[in-house]
Design a protein around this ligand. Structure first.
Ligand code: ADP
Ligand code: MG
Length: 234
């Protein structure tokens, strides 16, 4: 079974009299273990699509099956469970709690995931080691570089062993060298831990280097699907 099956998916925002079709009739299938990127210009619907897959938002129409369960018709508690257990999310703006250390930020995610207190510290420390921050666990976010902060966010996203990591322009606030390091970490997680990754990027060239395939959105619709082999010939 495909991990994610999206059919005829639409998300239409309404602001007063203005109707904004952010996504229209999207059909996509993503298999477990793939590294898929969503690219397209600003406003093309990338974040909207990622947020629907992550259960942060609900579609206006269509189906979005995750492991065969339809997120569109799922109960509120089912969707909360999906957000907690099935997906991990990282963002351009990191979204860490500023008053908490790296360790505490990861610990909090484990708490939400129902991991007992006596196991949390060891798991959180292990996750921070895995992302290369074993010697920074007690630092606050503003005592860390941008790249280190994103690593903490990745550790936090992995806390509850999600099937999929959803990354919305995770290198958008980082310099090119640090961006490369974060992309390498994502590739490593995909290749060596088998985690499925869906990356939103407006940089098609860097997406091309890491992805099995790319979805290009234009005005809320799928404009093009670019496969790896094809991409490498460009
Ligand atoms: P991208 O991530 O590709 O830049 P988005 O998915 O954020 O694009 O947005 C797609 C379209 O939907 C844009 O026209 C945007 O202005 C609109 N949009 C996004 N979120 C909302 C919202 N909460 N309310 C109204 N319109 C929105
Ligand atoms: Mg966006």
């Amino acid at each position: 079974m495909k991990l994610i099956q999206i059919s005829n998916l639409s998300r239409i925002y309404q602001k007063g009299k203005i109707i904004i079709p952010a996504l229209q009739n999207i059909d996509l299938e993503i298999e477990a273990g793939q590294f898929v990127s969503i690219v397209g210009k600003s406003g093309s619907g990338k974040s909207t699509l990622l947020n629907l897959i992550g259960g942060l938002d609900r579609a206006t129409a269509g189906k979005i099956l995750f492991n065969g369960n339809d997120l569109h018709t799922m109960s509120r508690s089912g969707l909360a469970q999906h957000r907690k257990k099935s997906v991990g999310m990282i963002f351009q703006s990191f979204n860490l709690i500023q008053s908490r250390s790296a360790l505490e930020n990861v610990d909090l995610a484990l708490t939400f995931g129902g991991v007992p207190r006596n196991r949390r510290k060891a798991i959180a420390t292990g996750l921070l080691q895995k992302v290369g921050l074993g010697d920074r666990i007690n630092h606050l976010p503003d005592e860390l570089s941008g790249g280190e902060t994103q690593r903490v966010a990745i550790a936090r996203a992995l806390a509850n062993k999600p099937t999929v990591l959803l990354a919305d322009e995770p290198t958008g606030n980082l310099d090119s060298e640090t961006s490369k390091e974060i992309m390498e970490l994502l590739v490593d997680l995909n290749k060596n831990q088998g985690i499925t990754i869906i990356l939103v990027s407006h940089d098609q060239e860097s997406a091309r280097q890491v992805s099995d395939w790319i979805v290009k959105l234009k005005d809320g619709s799928v404009d093009e699907i670019i496969l790896r082999e094809e991409a490498q010939c460009v």
